[in-house]
Design a protein around this ligand. Structure first.
Ligand SMILES: Cc1cc2nc3c(=O)[nH]c(=O)nc-3n(C[C@H](O)[C@H](O)[C@H](O)COP(=O)(O)OP(=O)(O)OC[C@H]3O[C@@H](n4cnc5c(N)ncnc54)[C@H](O)[C@@H]3O)c2cc1C
Length: 421
């Protein structure tokens, strides 16, 4: 496709969270930029687990997306895009209006994946938004006051499931009337991480009313029961669904993919394979070198796609997206935190300050004024946080170990293997 040069081309960005807002902030006023999202809030999803324990409040984790967009000199439309017509360079919104674009950035993330399990959509709370995690926090408060036994079932033992469990334990671990069961399809918890964090998590939970059910899948969910494929039935007053995301239906509907299971296939320049003026940023894209969907990839992809639109509009050569190898930080309430950097896994509660520092840096970058309004809470935590460490992209292993009380799990396990223990 030949992209015509125009004085002030129109860029439509669909989705205003990590990828979309970063793209908007990167585009200058040489473009007419319109950002469309049905919600008016940027949500800091990597921090929503702390709403469960009440360590954070909803207002701390959100920023006004219209304000962020307007700060960059662009227009925000609060609506849902119901279809993209890439052959006609057009998007259709729920209000019925159609908008024409010269370039489009699709940053719509994914949607909850219940794998077709009956009842999961209705009776399980998806661990995927501020509102849902606030609701889980409220439920916990009720359980702490209840005179009878309360049962919580967490579906999924990946990072989200473990972070959810950690925050529940932070809040209610000494209340014997609350029972927690976590179901994981694979043989070990945090299966996607090379080091054996499974045994660490189990050790932490030893004295608390937590049961791990691995190599088990959910067959059906009702209001008070979770049915497993192995025939077990679990009582549940609160079922938390952390079992992953699937592609947004808009991708298939707009002809970007061939099946509902596919993420948008993009080239290394983040362009759609066939529609060269449509770029993808964040979870929606299927980027060959990226194994896990992470907010930092979404932000970097937002910047890359915006810069490539600038280049394309000037007839310049586009740059490839190069994913930066950044560590993943998984917190386990106040019991532990794991920093996974390549083959190394460091553990220690002190590392939670890194996650806090990353949170503050991202919020500050998106909206410095909004952060100032959130006041002292952030500032006082900032003092305690290891900001310089977290922000060093190199994440020096020796520097992290100097923090004290930090364990190197991978090396430990290698030693154990050699000793046959
Ligand atoms: C519980 C949890 C914990 C996580 N922890 C971490 C972590 O520790 N570190 C990390 O790096 N990442 C983490 N992630 C992943 C990270 O949040 C995602 O990778 C990131 O949010 C992806 O950004 P995105 O912009 O692609 O999509 P999203 O953040 O999902 O945003 C998509 C946006 O598109 C909008 N949208 C959807 N449909 C439409 C439509 N039809 N029209 C217009 N707009 C639409 C939505 O309203 C939303 O604003 C976590 C995610 C979750 C859920």
């Amino acid at each position: 496709m030949v992209v015509k040069r125009k004085d002030r081309p129109t860029v439509i960005i669909i989705g205003a969270n990590f990828g979309g807002l970063k793209a908007a902030a990167t585009l200058s006023k040489q473009f007419t930029v319109i950002v469309i999202d049905p919600t008016a809030w940027f949500e800091y999803l990597p921090g929503i687990h702390e709403l469960v324990s009440g360590v954070k409040t909803p207002s701390l984790l959100k920023l006004s997306s219209p304000r962020i967009v307007q700060r960059s000199g662009h227009r925000f439309i609060r609506d849902r895009v119901v279809q993209i017509l890439p052959e006609k360079n057009m998007v259709i919104m729920k209000n019925g209006k159609a908008l024409h674009y010269d370039f489009c950035i699709v940053a719509i993330g994914g949607v909850k994946n219940t794998f077709g399990v009956p009842g999961a959509d209705t009776h399980a709370v998806s661990f995927s938004s501020i509102e849902n995690c606030r609701f889980i926090g409220e439920q916990l408060k009720h359980f702490t006051k209840a005179k009878t036994l309360s049962h919580i079932v967490i579906v999924g033992g990946g990072t989200e499931g473990i972070e959810a469990l950690g925050e529940i334990l932070r809040k209610v671990r000494n209340i014997k009337r609350i029972r927690i069961q976590l179901i994981e399809r694979k043989t070990r918890l945090l299966n996607e991480i090379p080091a054996d964090i499974d045994s660490e998590i189990r050790k932490h939970c030893g004295s608390y009313p937590v049961e791990f059910i691995t190599e088990a899948s959910v067959k059906k969910v009702t209001r008070k029961t979770v049915f497993l494929t192995n025939g077990k039935r679990l009582k549940s007053d609160l079922t938390i669904w952390t079992a992953g995301a699937k592609p947004h239906p808009l991708l298939l509907l707009s002809g970007f993919t061939e099946t509902a299971e596919q993420w948008a296939p993009v080239s290394i320049t983040l362009q759609h394979r066939f529609y060269k003026n449509v770029f993808f940023a964040g979870d929606a894209a299927d980027v060959p070198d990226i194994k896990s969907k992470q907010a930092y990839h979404a932000m970097d992809m937002g910047v890359c796609s915006a810069l490539n639109i600038k280049r394309l509009s000037k007839g310049k050569e586009l740059h490839p997206y190069k994913p930066w190898p950044k560590p993943i930080i998984v917190s386990f309430g106040d019991l532990d935190t794991y920093v996974i950097a390549g083959e190394f896994v460091l553990a220690g509660s002190v590392l939670s300050s890194l996650k806090e520092a990353v949170f503050q840096k991202v919020m500050m970058d998106f909206d410095p004024a909004g952060i100032a309004q959130k006041g002292l809470h952030l500032s006082s935590r900032a003092v305690r946080s290891a900001l310089p460490l977290a922000l060093s992209t190199a994440f020096s292993l020796s520097a992290l170990k100097r923090l004290g009380k930090v364990r190197l799990l991978h090396k430990q396990n290698e030693k154990q293997q050699k000793n046959g223990t």
